[in-house]
Design a protein around this ligand. Structure first.
Ligand SMILES: [Zn+2]
Ligand SMILES: [Zn+2]
Length: 460
């Protein structure tokens, strides 16, 4: 069957409508609900601000998830237009809005609107489940109080789901100012629900944070802070799926702050992703991992100054036995005893999809020992081992190991040592030799019939 022709006609009709803005806005009153999603998608792509604004005002569904559709460069202006369109004044030009959840986050796992399922009490997959100001909690309070005093209609409550990034310039952030003014305008009926929060320079962001309910945050990233100041955040952000701490200072691993940090990690039952970067944990990784649940998917530990003991523990602990992503880059690993890492790869062979061991002083001898275990990781999609002192014969050999791995699509490889006059001193790099290496790898990939595999390197 050929579906191409009708869909093309449909697209033409949508484009026609978009190019007649007043007509499109007027049509929103009459067009069937099913046309809203394709029209909204096209309006977003074409950046038709007025139509987008009108569509939010008359959206005929419970929720609108913009994330799956949005394009990076278009976001700030278009998001502003959409937020400004919330709580419109009564206007007969728009059909009465049903929108209760506007989701501007980048969550990939949902469609533009949730299907109506009457068997579940949750009308939207992204409903806030934690805040006292969430739509579900406010409505359940309203319905219980209105059953006591009949005749009072509950106030229209809404949720606005956002990702926020606070750094030194957030004070000038027009978008955040707009969010706060909308919350104020709503007189308590708009719940600003921040799901992804990134903070750089925590001490300057305290006032902004006071406007948020940190219970809602599922992804938290903090850069450059002391562990004691991070603790005050973690006390409130108790529902994290993902925690990323980078450049965090901790005075002592024997002190109360570190112990409190561990107790807070222990309470994070949902935590799936942990990233600790530039966080000196030498001989203390065990303490951190032990308190976590055994369901960890992502573990990133770059620049953590991990010791051989840390690796030994990593290879044995149940918390790191189902990882999908492991990044141990930029640690000076003692490869004289490869066994812990070999065992770790064997343990992860059924789950690992992404492995990064860049800049870890990995040599030919070590890699040849690890290669068989690596080739058992049948789900591996990305393998990155750049900036390691490897020779060209070893690179060829590792390619032979990796090309039969059907899932593996991306390999980030180290520039072989012979391309440098002095290894890893960038100014001594011979560009011609690097080009020859690339050409050789290309031929080898063609011979192995793996044109779908992408081998890249960094020369910078
Ligand atoms: Zn939804
Ligand atoms: Zn919330």
């Amino acid at each position: 069957m050929d579906f191409k022709e009708p869909s093309t006609l449909f697209d033409i009709a949508i484009q026609c409508l978009l190019h007649h803005e007043p007509l499109a806005i007027q049509a929103l009153q009459e067009i069937p609900g099913e046309l809203f999603v394709p029209l909204f998608t096209a309006a977003l792509k074409g950046r038709h601000e007025k139509i987008l604004s009108a569509m939010v005002k008359s959206w005929p569904f419970f929720c609108l998830h913009v994330g799956p559709l949005s394009m990076q460069e278009a976001q700030p202006t278009l998001w502003k237009v959409m937020v400004e369109s919330l709580f419109p004044a009564e206007n007969p030009a728009f059909r009465s809005p049903k929108l209760r959840i506007l989701d501007l986050t980048q969550h990939p796992g949902c469609k533009t609107k949730c299907p109506v399922i009457t068997t579940t009490c949750k009308p939207c997959v992204r409903c806030c489940a934690y805040s006292e100001r969430s739509l579900m909690k406010v409505e359940s309070q309203c319905s219980s109080s209105s059953s006591e005093s009949e005749g009072q209609s509950p106030k229209t409550t809404m949720e606005l789901l956002v990702s926020l990034s606070f750094d030194r310039s957030f004070r000038e952030n027009e978008f955040f100012a707009l969010l706060l003014s909308k919350v104020e305008q709503s007189l308590g009926s708009l719940h600003l629900c921040c799901r992804d929060l990134r903070i750089k320079n925590l001490s300057e962001c305290r006032s902004a944070l006071s406007h948020l309910d940190l219970k809602c945050v599922s992804h938290l990233a903090v850069v450059e802070a002391s562990l004691i100041s991070v603790l005050s955040l973690l006390e409130q952000a108790v529902n994290l799926d993902s925690l990323s701490l980078s450049k965090i200072t901790c005075r002592s691993f024997n002190g109360r702050t570190f112990r409190n940090f561990l107790s807070q990690l222990r309470c994070m039952d949902h935590l799936k992703e942990l990233s600790l970067s530039s966080f000196c944990l030498t001989n203390h990784l065990e303490h951190v991992l032990r308190v976590l649940s055994a369901d960890l998917d992502f573990l990133q530990l770059p620049f953590c100054e991990l010791s051989h003991n840390d690796f030994k523990f990593l290879s044995q602990c149940p918390q790191a036995s189902h990882l999908k992503l492991l990044d141990i880059s930029n640690n000076s690993i003692c490869w004289e005893d490869c066994e812990p890492f070999y065992c770790l790869l064997e343990n992860l062979s059924g789950s690992l999809q992404h492995l990064a061991i860049n800049h870890c002083l990995l040599t030919d001898a070590t890699l040849s020992i690890l290669a068989p275990a690596l080739s058992h990781c049948s789900h591996l999609r990305l393998f990155s081992f750049s900036s390691n002192p490897i020779t060209m014969p070893m690179l060829r050999r590792i390619l032979e190991y990796l090309t039969p791995m059907a899932q593996l699509k991306y390999v980030i490889y180290p520039i072989p040592m012979h391309c440098y006059e002095r290894w890893h001193v960038r100014c001594t790099l011979d560009a011609q030799k690097v080009a020859d290496v690339n050409a050789q790898l290309k031929i080898l990939l063609q011979e192995a019939e793996r044109d779908d595999m992408c081998w890249i390197t960094y020369t910078g």
